[in-house]
Write a protein that binds this ligand. Structure first.
Ligand code: FES
Length: 99
């Protein structure tokens, strides 16, 4: 059993994501999620390279094992609401090439 119900990792300091709005998105997500969600249930952390460079800003949500790519600052509210309502945002799901 995991400690948090949902744990979102945002790549902010990998080589390519660091060149995007990833840090700004992370900071806004963290602030938004902690203002609107139960901090004991939903956690947002920054991460180093998640091994999917060039598709960022990229993030992965556990335990759902859902990846979001090409995330924009304008997606922050929608992601927060989806986390809060236990939903997934289909349009942001990362489609790995060659699969
Ligand atoms: S730099 Fe973000 S996935 Fe590699």
């Amino acid at each position: 059993m995991s400690i948090f119900k949902k744990h979102l990792f945002v790549c902010t300091f990998g080589k390519t994501c660091a060149q995007t709005d990833a840090t700004l998105i992370f900071e806004n997500l963290k602030q938004n999620v902690y203002a609107k969600c139960d901090q004991n249930e939903i956690r947002v952390n920054r991460a180093g390279c998640l091994g999917q460079c060039g598709h960022g800003p990229i993030m992965v949500l556990y335990p759902d094992n859902v990846w979001y790519s090409q995330v924009k600052l304008t997606d922050v509210n929608e992601i927060t609401n989806a986390l809060s309502n236990n939903q997934i945002i289909d349009r942001l799901i990362y489609q790995k090439e060659n699969e």
